[in-house]
Design a protein around this ligand. Structure first.
Ligand code: GLA
Length: 748
């Protein structure tokens, strides 16, 4: 495995456990061509023929070929701009003289063990044993531009990390106007395209359509990925399903404006480009300066979408999430947001904590409303001092009270924001992002702080550190409740204003980095009006992200399915809340809400002091089940068995331990139907040669006892792995809508 260079053919071979990626250097001109990406090929000699560069419309003579026809059909590794490849460019550079043509050709390369950090950016990592990197240096001599194309392959995961670093080696400034992270040219094999779209409270719904001629893109100009589109794109063959067929995945490790695009050209080849959205992007490269583009993770799966998802889950769990909590059970938390909104004081919080402690809940998280004069969402963002009118006796006393009840304590911040109604704004109106002479637009009554500025970051972090040092706080929820608009920084020069979107993201990353450096044991959960910034970049800082402000169990099926297409279940913030649900008004059984939330980080978002005795008992059982199953949910392999989005009736997915010794089947019957047979579900990922004993979570009946084992019911049935996978598992019809079942299979 690893990376090899075949000098006779001028071919690079990049291998992961089950995939191969090949790059060719063409002719004396040094065009860098894409040769192959797919299922593993051990012996790639002769693969350069796959580039078909001596066929029409090119002429076969090496030096007199029709340059434009060549460039416009050549499968390139990184497309230039304005020199004859009329498909999507990967890079556009405006020179000091105002020209924008660029063509990068091969100059040299280096292959080394390990992987460097990307300066200022989140990125995957691995030891020298786990990762090998190819750095291909390309150059545009006319511009004095050098670009290093980076490819890192992982020994244990079928993923390739790509990114690009640009250097201005000339004597004049250059302006990068587009700097995509990767470009991939593939022959069309009747591809579909899957993206994740949504809205507030409806994040990451899967959208699948055919790739036809022309350009198909998803993007964001919100300064964050946003609820609406997502920095991810999959290209499955049209016939590919969950467990069959070829799929390519592209996931951008970045938390700002992005563009993910598929383009089919006149010869039916498909070009994927992924990176920072070029609109409103420009970066001045003074002589000697460099620019690092974020990385994009490529996955090829020959085992359908499921294979792709599992590769992303493994990679992000092992090589992206750094938190000390990454392989640990997270405390079961109760968040007071939906329980109280802004209407709370220390007594109310302590009442919730007292009740929660008796039910197996392990942490109280105090959400928005504890600082400044924040009695509603019209004010006080930026004034991060404890409101002692609400929390009488102060924060330390409250936290001590909560700790004395046996619970840990967590707290909410929205560090990147400023309310016009705040002390901070009165003092520093120029700290808000705005265009001079233009009143910036408000969203949720707030402006965005210009965190590209060091002094702004310092001021906010200083306030946060003071709060966090003042009491025993284990967890921070870092929120961000509006997109950026009216881009202007009071600090940047005119020819650098186009850098603000990206500088904002770099500033926010730096703040998170400094927070974690100051509090290395902190459990950080990112959030953005629900899940508007649920992306791989944020996972580098926080092992979990709040999935959505929609906590309805049925809505969550689609949200969590779309999220799990790329992200491990261990990253998905999921809570049980009250009914009628605050986002959608739906009533679902408490049991179902618990089972759906158990597929994520798990917690509660309701006033436990108002629960019925039955629901209280249910919380006790759910928290016990969390302890029994969380290791499996957090670290196991995810298999999608059925999707409510497709069948409109039921949802089913499975988590299987790496050693295949156990599996948990989550099943939700969304709608009951009259006069139907029971349902047969063909399971996946099991040991075909083993026999599994079947247990069920017991949420209703007489629990067999206290503790996790007491919540499990033995069905006294056993089946072979072969039968469960090929024949299936029979699930009896349940009575009513929104019913759920948790089945546990244990190898005998
Ligand atoms: C966002 C979050 C919520 C809550 C509120 C507080 O909407 O997603 O969970 O923290 O902000 O204002």
């Amino acid at each position: 495995m690893g990376i090899t260079y075949l000098p006779e053919e001028r071919l690079f071979q990049l291998d992961t456990p089950h995939t191969t990626y090949c790059i060719g250097i063409v002719d004396q001109e040094g065009f860098l061509g894409h040769v192959y990406y797919g299922r593993k090929i051990d012996d790639v000699r002769g693969a350069s023929a796959l580039m078909r560069i001596y066929e029409n419309p090119m002429t076969p003579q090496v030096n007199s070929r029709d340059r434009l026809s060549f460039l416009d059909s050549f499968p390139t590794e990184y497309s230039g701009h304005g020199v004859g490849d009329y498909r999507e460019s990967s890079v556009r550079v405006r020179s000091a003289a105002g020209h924008s043509a660029v063509l990068l050709t091969y100059e040299s390369h280096e292959i080394y063990r390990g992987k460097e950090k990307l300066e200022g950016l989140p990125a995957t990592f691995g030891s020298q044993e786990e990762v090998t990197t190819l750095a291909v240096t390309c150059r545009d001599k006319a511009l004095g531009l050098r670009a290093v194309l980076l490819y890192s392959v992982f020994e244990d995961t079928d993923a390739i990390a790509r990114s690009v670093r640009f250097y201005n080696d000339g004597s004049q400034p250059l302006y990068l106007e587009k700097a995509m992270s990767a470009c991939l040219d593939l022959d069309n094999r009747d591809y579909d395209m899957i993206t994740l779209h949504g809205s507030w409270a409806r994040e990451r719904r899967m959208d699948r359509r055919r790739v036809s001629h022309g350009k198909h893109a998803v993007s964001s100009l919100r300064g964050e990925p946003g609820h609406q589109e997502h920095p991810f794109l999959a290209l499955p063959e049209r016939t590919a399903t969950q467990d069959r067929g070829d799929v390519y995945g592209f996931s951008l490790v970045y938390s700002g404006n992005f563009r993910m695009q598929a383009e089919m050209n006149q010869f039916d080849s498909v070009r994927i480009t992924a990176g920072i959205e070029p609109e409103d992007f420009s970066w001045k490269l003074a002589p000697g300066e460099s620019f690092q583009a974020p990385e994009v993770i490529l996955v090829y799966s020959g085992e359908g979408l499921g294979g792709m998802s599992r590769a992303y889950h493994d990679l992000y769990r092992k090589h992206l999430i750094r938190s000390p909590y990454r392989n640990k059970k997270r405390p079961i938390l109760i968040n007071n947001w939906e329980a109280t909104y802004f209407d709370f004081d220390e007594k109310k919080l302590l009442d919730i904590a007292r009740e929660a402690a008796g039910l197996g809940i392990e942490m109280l998280v105090m959400d928005d409303g504890w600082f400044g004069n924040r009695f509603d969402d019209n004010r006080a963002l930026g004034d991060w001092q404890v409101n002692e009118e609400k929390l009488k006796g102060g924060l330390k006393k409250l936290v001590e009270g909560v700790n004395a009840l046996g619970l840990e304590f967590g707290i909410w911040f929205e560090p990147e924001m400023i309310s016009p109604e705040s002390e901070l704004y009165r003092e520093h109106p120029d700290w808000a992002i705005a265009v001079p002479g233009r009143t910036p637009g408000l969203a949720r009554n707030q402006y965005v702080l210009d965190v590209s500025r060091r002094e702004v970051r310092d001021c906010i972090l200083e306030q946060m550190f003071a709060v966090l040092h003042s009491a025993n706080i284990q967890y921070v929820k870092w929120d961000m409740n509006r997109p950026l608009s009216d881009l202007g920084s009071a600090e940047l020069e005119a020819d650098r204003q186009g850098e603000l979107y990206h500088r904002y993201v770099l500033g926010m990353y730096e703040m998170q980095e400094r927070l974690l450096a100051e509090f290395p044991d902190l459990l950080l959960e990112n959030c953005s009006g629900g899940g508007a910034r649920f992306d791989p970049g944020m996972l580098y800082y926080s092992p979990q992200i709040w999935c959505s402000d929609d906590t309805d169990a049925i809505e969550r099926l689609a949200i969590q399915e779309g999220t799990a297409l790329v992200y491990p279940l261990s990253a998905m913030g999921a809570h049980v809340s009250v009914c009628p649900n605050h986002a959608v008004g739906r009533n679902t059984p408490f049991e179902t809400r618990g089972i759906v939330a158990l597929a994520g980080t798990f917690g509660y978002e309701l006033d436990v002091t108002g629960l019925s005795p039955e629901d209280r008992e249910m919380v006790r059982r759910q928290t016990a089940l969390y302890h029994k199953f969380n290791d499996l949910v957090r670290e196991g392999d995810y298999y999608r068995i059925a999707s409510y989005g497709d069948n409109h009736l039921y949802d089913c997915f499975q988590v299987v331990s790496k050693d295949k010794g156990e599996s948990l089947v989550f099943y939700v019957q969304v709608l009951g139907e009259p006069n139907r047979h029971s349902r047969i579900l063909r399971l996946q990922g099991l040991d075909a040669t083993a026999v599994y004993h079947v247990y069920e979570a017991d949420m209703q009946g007489q629990a067999a006892g206290d503790g996790p084992e007491g919540m499990i019911k033995d069905t006294e049935k056993s089946y072979s792995g072969q039968l469960l996978q090929n024949g299936g598992m029979v699930l009896e019809r349940m009575w009513g809508d929104f019913r759920a079942k948790l089945v546990w299979l244990k190898r005998q």
